[in-house]
Write a protein that binds this ligand. Structure first.
Ligand SMILES: [Zn+2]
Length: 269
């Protein structure tokens, strides 16, 4: 297990600084004092481990995952560039893999490592549906939702005070909290996203998928299919676990649709 000694040291040195960052695209302020370099390095380690245990598939479906991923990525880069927010993904090293598993699941680790499970494809049904899910997962990473949750957990656990001073240096707990966030979606155990983070991922993901040339109206049908497919499942997929009722999610998507359709039209020019 990677030790966070350097990170703890930097926290101790930085002392009073608790940084508030702005989420790209939505502009929401968030608490985040975990350096990307630290988070990405741990995510990379968890990802490498995951791929040794889950061999990526090589077939036309895997090609589709890579194709959709590349298009969504290009749209994201364009959207961020227009807003002078390209630094939000400057440290990302994107990868898109399909792994053979019945699980209804997909994730994007901090730093841009994306994995889709074959069990998801019957539900996404088409490339637009897949783009909505991949856009949602990528949005979590771009918006630093894992680091935000880790930062909140450290405050909750008394590892930091309001002033930002490390009060109880508990490296094991800090390590666990950050590792969970870095490895969200893997066997490490999910540090679940909040409802507001889920909504934010829906919004960013919808715009990015639309700008990539995928019909955003597919998102409504996709999330309906997803809710149906996961009925009765003991462990709902990440993207459904914290959501309010389907109806609430869908009415929120409808509100975002005019702007999403603008991006969709822009993609055709
Ligand atoms: Zn989500």
């Amino acid at each position: 297990m990677r030790k966070l000694s350097k990170f703890l040291l930097s926290l101790a040195i930085v002392g009073g600084i608790i940084s508030c960052q702005k989420v790209p695209i939505t502009g929401r302020s968030q608490l985040n004092f975990i350096p990307d370099s630290e988070m990405n390095a741990m995510a990379l380690q968890a990802y490498t481990q995951f791929l040794t245990e889950n061999k990526p598939v090589s077939n036309s479906q895997a090609d589709m995952v890579k194709r959709v991923g590349a298009r969504v990525q290009a749209a994201l880069e364009k959207l961020l560039k227009e807003r002078n927010q390209s630094n939000a993904i400057s440290g990302f090293k994107w990868e898109y893999n399909l792994v053979d598993s019945k699980e209804l699941n997909a994730w994007c680790m901090p730093g841009g490592k994306v994995v889709v499970y074959t069990g998801l494809l019957p539900v996404t049904q088409n490339e637009a549906g897949l783009a909505v899910v991949m856009g949602h997962e990528i949005a979590h990473a771009v918006a630093r939702h894992g680091s935000e949750r880790s930062s909140q957990q450290m405050v909750t656990n008394g590892l930091l005070q309001a002033g930002g001073v490390v009060v109880g240096q508990n490296p094991t707990l800090v390590n666990q909290i950050v590792l969970q966030a870095a490895g969200a979606g893997t066997q490490l155990g999910l540090l679940s996203h909040s409802r507001s983070q889920e909504s934010e991922a829906d919004e960013i993901g919808l715009y990015v998928a639309a700008l990539a040339g995928y019909d955003p109206q597919e998102s409504v049908k996709l999330w309906q299919r997803m809710a149906e497919a996961s009925k009765g499942s003991q462990k709902p997929p990440e993207f459904l676990s914290t959501h309010p009722s389907d109806a609430t999610r869908i009415s929120r998507l409808q509100k975002l649709m005019p702007k999403a359709l603008q991006y969709y039209n822009q993609s055709k020019k």
